[in-house]
Design a protein around this ligand. Structure first.
Ligand code: NAD
Ligand code: ADE
Length: 415
């Protein structure tokens, strides 16, 4: 089937971006070299639903070079980069993605990817996996398994497993150490702030930043905002994580209290209705709201619309809402993940590890998938360690290895 992209003429600019990303993803390149030499995916079909920017295109091209038939769509209406999609569509990958897709177009694009009858799914948010289940058993027969990139996707697929509805194995790539410790924390920490800075061109130093959620993403965002000179307040529902945030030097309070003192609000919970009308009505004039969680449900845009008397797009990624009280609130990227909508997503070195995890997990599924139970499983530890070793090597760093005596000591129990 022909690709559907915004404008094929954009391909040259997308190609330059893809090659820049590839040059900064040496771990994935190493895996890809082996994949292309052995054509390990020959005869297989890989269906992908990921944020379609340059690093993602590198992964898709690597599956293609490994012999697979590949189809891809974007996993968020605002994260697809049209020039990258155009360049990717020239390679033989089937691309169904453009920035600004409607809900209906998105569903249709997901269905187009599934119509390739993929046997391996690479998902970010679980939409490809869940849609395959909802389409009925005929669609599930050929699927060996799926690899899931993000926390929200893993949470949903675990809920499906718990309900007895999951019909193929899923590897939770998100839960690999070489993913969440780096991608979710340092990746979103950097790219989240980059998105905010690009969108607003405002100073973070001296601002009071409220970070909702102190999971891996929230930790990264809070740490980086502190490093930029912001006074950071964290909101949480988990007492252990709240305590951890407090001992890291952040202030802790409920959102109801933080709402009145924050200058910039960043949601990172993966949950819904984190900032609603009751918070918005007490916010300072000119407070800024944005989200780095997977879905646009954390800041209630519906509430913002309801309590406003008008809105204006004041910069490409900034909408000014004029409240009935006369105060103004600024929403970035329509409440969608600001690091991908207003910037380019995580840095390449970080996605190098996350996508190495995707590539190796997909290969693991090819080899072992038919023997695995229909459960959400972890990335095998050996793969995780291998990715870390290669990434250290790429940084030009060496580490020690245990001596025989140390290994024996570590395994002994006698006093
Ligand atoms: P996590 O589960 O580790 O952390 C979420 C935290 O939010 C938890 O500590 C939880 O207690 C807290 N929380 C839940 N409800 C809350 C509420 N009402 N108020 C305050 N805190 C609340 O998840 P994570 O890995 O940090 O991921 C968070 C979200 O970010 C997910 O949607 C994930 O898919 C997404 N994500 C986005 C990117 C990106 O590039 N933007 C990257 C990685 C993950
Ligand atoms: N680039 C591609 N996929 C991404 C993701 N899940 N998070 C951040 N940047 C990305």
């Amino acid at each position: 089937m022909l690709s559907l992209v915004k404008d094929r003429a954009l391909a040259p600019s997308g190609r330059v971006k893809i090659e820049w990303a590839r040059d900064n993803m040496p771990v994935l390149a190493r895996i890809s070299k082996r994949f292309s030499a052995t054509r390990v995916f020959k005869g297989h079909r890989v269906g992908m639903c990921l944020h379609l920017e340059a690093k993602t295109a590198v992964l898709a091209e690597d599956f293609l070079k490994a012999g697979a038939d590949v189809a891809i769509t974007g996993s968020n209406p605002l994260s697809t980069q049209d020039d990258v999609a155009a360049a990717l569509s020239e390679t033989g990958v089937h691309v169904y993605a453009w920035r600004g897709v409607s809900e209906q177009e998105h569903r249709s694009n997901v269905a187009k990817v599934l119509s390739l009858k993929p046997d391996i799914l690479i998902d970010d948010g679980g939409e490809l996996s869940i849609t395959a289940h909802l389409k009925g058993s005929r669609w599930l027969d050929e699927i060996i398994g799926a690899c899931e990139e993000t926390t929200t996707g893993v949470t949903r697929l675990k809920a499906m497993e718990k309900a007895g509805r999951l019909k193929f194995p899923v590897i939770a790539v998100n839960d690999a150490y070489t993913k969440f410790l780096f991608d979710s924390r340092y990746g979103t920490g950097q790219s989240g702030l980059e998105g905010i800075m690009r969108a607003t061109n405002l100073l973070l130093a001296g601002r009071t930043v409220v970070v909702a959620g102190f999971g891996w993403v929230g930790r990264g965002v809070a740490q980086r905002a502190k490093g930029m000179g912001s006074r950071v307040i964290v909101t949480e529902v988990d007492p252990v994580r709240a305590l951890e945030a407090l001992m890291e030097g952040f202030d802790i309070m409920p959102m109801a209290d933080a709402a009145a003192v924050g200058d910039l609000f960043i949601t990172a919970t993966g949950n819904t209705n984190i900032i609603t009308a009751s918070h918005m009505t007490v916010m300072k004039d000119r407070a800024i709201l944005c989200n780095v969680g997977h879905y646009d449900v954390e800041v209630s845009v519906r509430d913002l619309e309801r309590i406003s008397k008008g809105k204006t797009r004041v910069r490409p990624e900034v909408t000014e809402y004029k409240l009935k009280s006369g105060r103004r609130l600024y929403l970035l990227s329509d409440g969608r993940l600001v690091n991908l909508a207003a910037a380019d997503g995580h840095p390449a070195e970080v996605m190098d590890m996350s996508f190495a995890g995707q590539a190796l997990s997909a290969e693991y599924l090819l080899k072992n998938g038919r023997k695995l139970a229909s459960k959400v499983i972890r990335v095998p530890q050996e793969l995780d360690l291998q990715i870390a070793r290669w990434r250290l090597e790429a940084f030009g760093k060496k580490i020690d290895t245990l001596t025989k005596v140390q290994r024996q000591y570590a395994q002994s129990w006698q006093l």
